[in-house]
Design a protein around this ligand. Structure first.
Ligand code: GAP
Length: 456
């Protein structure tokens, strides 16, 4: 397991997918920078989500600010309840999440609250990873605090948002009336979220700064269960469409104390990471909790008027909440393959072609006879439609391998036959087979091949 993750983290750095934040200063825990290829992959994931979620009649887009009124987080319950159980190593003062320590020691904490977990810790004589006694557990609030304006006192204290959802709740009537939407309808948003996680680990999986892609679907009371089932199915299918195979996905239903303070039902979609199944998306029935709380705390009516029934009510909400960064990590893990080819090890990133940062590389076989010029013209033509790269450096076999390592699905080679009949070879990343294609048909060929691709 460690082996695969180590290799992946190293490839991500070497090839420009992901760098450690502030690396020259020793790094900042739980923060990562997306390099040139990483930012492209992340953007492809976000674009696929945005298209699937907002290019439809019943969902609108939004981009709310990260900084919000402090009262938002009192109303949402995050000030009082957005915390993890924390214990301290009595000797070193290092802090750990109690549930994680227990799980690492083989204790199942499903559905257990903090007190029940502490009882388990005593029962199994839980020690810190350094072998020392642990303190009593206490709840640690995960929200980052900051100040707005020049005064650094309590009146100016606000939070970095720990979820994008609240920006949607407080804008729901603005969007509904501006867009003349009727229930059921949704609002979708992509944006950064911040959580001061007690421990960060597993690369992009649990970080302190990350991106979420959330959608709140507002429905009439009594219809929430049907919508919940509909969105569960939609979201499951979306992962397959971006190239994550069904056999690597699973459901996890939240029980008892596992349920967040706002949720009356919750299912996670998990991906099978090298370190075990991990949540990549949550589908939650948030009831009318958030809107009712905001009504109470703001003093403003957030009711919807149903023209047909002539009734006023606070809608119920089905939420789909997915980590863009975690999904990007799932794509990276899923793509990583090593295989033996003619006695050599080939590292190949088998991304879904639509997710791949570079769609095609254009390679002149040799740097003479007009081949570079033809290859440059093809590059410029294709660049209008796809992210492509021109590469003339080194033996063609080595250029293919370089492209395999960053997951480029097609390598287009200009050779001596091109000079005679205007065709090129197109090499497929996965099968390594080559096909002759007329230059004039390249764009259609790439589009068709990308659409026909299926996860193995
Ligand atoms: N609005 C509901 C909500 O935020 P969540 O289950 O806490 O629900 C949703 O988070 C998704 O956000 C998770 O499924 C995960 O993909 C991502 N996420 C949460 N915490 C994260 C972290 N510390 N690092 C990276 N991604 C995270």
């Amino acid at each position: 397991m460690a082996d695969v993750m180590e290799k992946l983290v190293s490839l991500c750095k070497r090839k420009g997918f992901v760098f450690q934040s502030s690396e020259i200063y020793g790094g900042l825990n739980g923060c990562w920078d997306y390099g040139p290829l990483g930012v492209e992959l992340l953007k492809n994931v976000k674009d696929a989500w945005w298209r699937a979620m907002t290019y439809r009649e019943d969902v609108e887009g939004l981009d709310a600010s990260i900084l919000m009124h402090a009262k938002v987080w009192e109303a949402s319950g995050h000030v009082a309840g957005f915390s993890d159980p924390m214990v301290e190593d009595k000797k070193t003062n290092e802090r750990y999440r109690l549930d994680q320590l227990l799980e690492e020691n083989g204790v199942d904490v499903t559905g257990l609250g903090m007190e029940a977990m502490m009882a388990k810790a005593i029962e199994v004589d839980l020690k810190s990873p350094k072998g020392n006694e642990l303190s009593e557990a206490r709840q640690f609030n995960l929200m980052f605090k900051t100040f707005v304006g020049p005064l650094e006192d309590d009146s100016a204290r606000i939070f970095l948002r720990p979820e994008t959802a609240q920006g949607i709740f407080v804008n729901y009537l603005n969007v509904q009336s501006a867009m003349r939407q009727k229930l059921p309808f949704g609002i979708a948003q992509i944006g950064k979220a911040f959580r001061n996680e007690i421990t960060t680990k597993n690369f992009l999986f649990r970080t302190r700064e990350f991106e979420q892609m959330e959608m709140q679907y507002f429905v009439a009371p009594g219809t929430q269960d049907d919508h919940f089932e509909y969105w569960r199915e939609e979201r499951w299918n979306w992962f397959r469409n971006i190239g994550l195979p069904e056999r690597k996905l699973s459901w996890h239903e939240h029980q008892g104390d596992e349920l967040a303070h706002y949720a009356s039902a919750a299912f996670d979609i998990q991906y099978e990471f090298p370190f075990g199944p991990g949540e990549i998306e949550g589908i939650h029935n948030r009831s009318n909790f958030d809107l009712s709380q905001h009504e109470q705390y703001s003093g403003k009516k957030l009711q919807y008027f149903d023209e047909e029934s002539r009734e006023k009510f606070v809608p119920y909400v089905i939420e789909t909440s997915i980590g863009a960064s975690r999904t990007t990590m799932a794509c990276l893990v899923n793509a990583y393959h090593e295989e033996e080819v003619k006695g050599d090890t080939r590292v190949v990133m088998r991304f879904h072609p639509r997710m791949a940062p570079i769609k095609a590389a254009i390679l002149p076989l040799v740097k003479r006879d007009g081949m570079p010029e033809i290859a440059r013209t093809i590059t410029e033509d294709l660049r209008k439609h796809f992210r492509v790269e021109y590469d003339e450096g080194g033996a063609v076999g080595r250029r293919y391998r370089r492209m395999d390592e960053v997951g480029t699905p097609f390598c287009i080679t200009v050779d001596s036959e091109t000079l005679e009949n205007d065709t090129v070879t197109v090499r497929d990343r996965d099968s390594m087979e080559q096909q002759r294609v007329p230059i004039a048909e390249l764009r259609t060929h790439l589009d068709k091949s990308m659409d026909a691709w299926e996860a193995v």
